[in-house]
Ligand binder design. Structure first.
Ligand SMILES: Cc1ncc(COP(=O)(O)O)c(C=O)c1O
Length: 384
């Protein structure tokens, strides 16, 4: 049976070159980077090289990058770390209603600790309004956190414009959750006017359990851990050297192929979108019809249940998601679709397709054919 993996926003298959790099470091360069002997020095050199490569991808200084365990930890560090270090200047945080749970739940925890959080609305495409951001900024705002690409619907936020507004109108720090954007679309050159940025390895064909936080030089954030001083005490703990080496290879490949992979994914996504919307009745696009992420497509199949459709597709070797993987075990409605003003039928029947550049047009045609058949069958059994 053909296998069509369309859940790349949940996680990706590690590339052959990244997994070779991981294996090589695990078996040959297994020293602890803090050890003073040659094995330690070898491991330390690997980290230094990886930091340099990733800094070049972002156009920032290697000293501004800190390795973490992934996007969730980078987001926690960015938001809690700046809130704790800045709370004497103010206790107001701004974010949006469509952030990943690793941002929203951190903000909710800070609210319990006395911080005030403003959640910006989004329009029906899932995009925030810059006027709302401008009017939400106050003299007490210490942090704005906005994701670059939404993981459920693929809306792209106006990060560069937001950065300019924040810097011109406040003293706030600006954090960007770039987990779905890094290696997929060009980021703001040199991360201008961005103070903190989160990256994860497993979304770009790198290993799980490795990520990066960018912290602009001279930005002070509190560490959330106490330990042996690694990563300048921002993220103490023995470094995940194999993961770091794998992330380096994955990041290098993603940046070398950025335009090519972007165009391939966008072409495939548009074929899938047009095929579904034109050939299957009662389907609704959730997210921008133009200008969205190249790799994320969210469509509601009215009169179906996303979870039933997901399992029906699985029987044909097609793997999709009903929303974000992180929240799919909770039986809650998608907070992203709700914020976009979607109704219960649209939310219930929503499926996220997330693409990689390694798919083929035959994979897409096969998916459309299977969808046509399965949606029809499910609609006979699901009462509207
Ligand atoms: C936008 C976004 N932020 C953060 C994360 C969390 O990243 P990680 O799985 O590396 O903790 C994800 C993962 O799905 C994501 O999509």
């Amino acid at each position: 049976m053909r296998e069509v993996y369309l859940d790349n926003s949940a996680t990706t298959r590690v590339s052959d070159s990244a997994s070779k790099a991981v294996f090589n470091v695990m078996t040959n360069f297994y020293g602890n980077p803090s050890s003073l002997h040659g094995k330690g020095i070898q491991a330390e050199k690997i980290i230094k090289g990886s930091r340099q490569t990733i800094a070049e991808c972002l156009g920032v200084l290697p000293s501004e990058l800190y390795f973490t365990s992934g996007g969730t930890e980078s987001n926690n560090l960015a938001i809690k770390g700046s809130a704790y270090s800045m709370k004497r200047k103010g206790m107001h945080i701004i974010t949006t209603k469509v952030e990943h749970p690793s941002v929203i739940n951190v903000c909710e925890r800070l609210k319990d600790q006395g911080f005030e959080v403003t959640y910006l609305d989004v329009d029906s495409d899932g995009v925030l309004k810059l006027e709302d951001l401008k009017s939400a900024l106050t003299s007490k705002t210490i942090l704005v956190s906005i994701m670059a690409i939404n993981n459920e619907v693929g809306s792209v936020q106006p990060i560069q414009e937001a950065a300019k507004i924040i810097k011109e109108n406040s003293n706030s720090l600006f954090h960007v959750d770039a987990v779905q954007a890094f290696g997929k679309i060009p980021l703001v050159p040199g991360l201008k006017d961005i103070d903190l940025l989160s990256i994860s390895g497993h979304k770009i064909y790198g290993p799980k359990g490795i990520g990066v936080i960018f912290i602009r030089e001279k930005t002070r954030i509190s560490s959330l851990f106490d330990g042996g001083g690694q990563e300048k005490d921002i993220r103490p703990g023995t470094e995940n050297v194999p993961g770091i080496a794998g992330l380096e290879v994955a990041a290098k490949e993603a940046f070398e192929n950025l335009d090519k992979w972007h165009d391939t994914m966008l072409g495939l996504k548009n074929c899938l979108k047009d095929g579904i919307l034109e050939e299957i009745p009662d389907t609704v696009l959730n997210g921008p019809s133009f200008g969205g992420a190249p790799h994320i497509l969210n469509i509601s199949f009215l009169g179906t249940k996303g979870e039933i459709l997901l399992h029906a597709l699985e029987e044909h070797g097609i793997y999709v998601s009903t929303g974000s993987a992180c929240s799919s075990h909770k039986k809650e409605q998608s907070h992203v679709l709700l914020a976009m003003g979607k109704g219960p039928e649209e939310i219930q029947g929503a499926i996220r397709f997330s693409l990689s550049p390694f798919l083929t047009i035959e994979d897409i045609e096969y998916t459309i054919d299977v969808l046509k058949k399965e949606v029809k069958t499910i609609r006979k059994f699901v009462r509207r």
